[in-house]
Design a protein around this ligand. Structure first.
Ligand SMILES: Nc1ncnc2c1ncn2[C@@H]1O[C@H](COP(=O)(O)OP(=O)(O)O)[C@@H](O)[C@H]1O
Ligand SMILES: [Mg+2]
Length: 267
């Protein structure tokens, strides 16, 4: 834990400054002020439709704020930002390209030489545990393996920030646990700044250094809590009193937000 925290030097890597976002008459986000320090692993939680994906789309530059501004590594986001890599729930791989070609794609687009691309791709393919599958096509891979290709592809681009939009939601529980452990190990090695969306409070507790719960309609931050659980986050950690206390605290906030939604007839 100390080792992980030492990477966070306090300078915001990602910053939302008074951000509001509407789609036509629909107010999705209101007054979002959020700073994510370099090296943090921030998990976003909140009911469906509260604007979590919209927040990632704003950071990556896929969407523009209606007011306020978003900053990544000291630069205001004005366009699709190569400093951000996104991993989606749907794998978004090219089905006609092999694992290696998928991982090399961003490097090829940036004009990196064939030899250098192959070296970088191999490094990340091995990091996500896919050695031996370099020449396989995505349709020959399991869901977990496809998601590991997506992660390797993002890592190969060496972004400052990695954004994960419910990346493990479609996977079975065992595969999900293995990928969580792999992601934590990659995070510890790479020192990336991460924003990760999940509906699972347990997943949030296992992965994050910090958890932010969003309220709905319009979306805003309703809880912001440091996750000080020790590493490695083994099964024993999940039985600790601190784990249970944190889980209850997050769960209560999420419940309040869901009930508000029900009372307002929105869900
Ligand atoms: N491009 C878009 N055009 C119109 N409405 C959108 C668009 N993207 C998202 N929305 C709406 O914004 C709200 C928040 O969506 P989203 O950010 O996907 O929520 P979450 O990821 O928390 O489930 C939803 O009501 C959704 O329908
Ligand atoms: Mg979403």
């Amino acid at each position: 834990m100390a080792e992980i925290n030492s990477k966070a030097d306090g300078k915001p890597m990602i910053e939302f400054r008074g951000v509001a976002k509407s789609f036509g008459a629909l107010k999705v986000l209101e007054r979002v002020d959020l700073q994510v320090a370099k090296g943090e692993f921030l998990v976003l939680l909140g009911a469906s439709g509260c604007g979590k994906s919209t927040m990632l789309n704003l950071v990556s530059g896929f969407e523009r704020a209606s007011s306020g501004s978003i900053w990544v590594n000291g630069r205001e986001v004005k366009d699709v930002d190569p400093a951000c890599g996104m991993v989606f729930q749907q794998y978004a791989l090219f089905p006609w390209k092999t694992v290696r070609e998928n991982v090399e794609f961003g490097l090829k687009m940036r004009g990196v030489s064939r030899k250098e691309r192959a070296k970088v791709a191999q490094y990340y393919i091995e990091m996500v545990g896919l050695k031996g599958f370099e020449n396989s096509f995505p349709n020959k891979l399991s869901g977990g393996m496809k998601q590991r290709v997506s992660i390797a592809r993002v890592l190969a681009n060496d972004p400052d920030v990695m954004l994960f939009d419910e990346p493990f939601a479609a996977l079975d529980a065992m595969t999900r646990q293995v990928l969580q452990e792999q992601l934590l190990s990659i995070y510890e090695k790479s020192g990336k700044t991460i924003i990760f969306i999940t509906h699972s409070i347990d997943e949030a507790l296992m992965l994050s250094t910090r958890m932010v719960v969003m309220g709905s309609k319009p979306g805003r931050v309703v809880q912001d809590i440091a996750n000080d659980l020790p590493h490695p986050r083994t099964a024993d950690v999940q039985l600790s009193q601190r784990y249970i206390d944190l889980k209850r605290s997050i769960w209560e906030t999420v419940q309040v937000e869901v009930m508000k939604g029900l009372e307002a007839g929105r869900l």
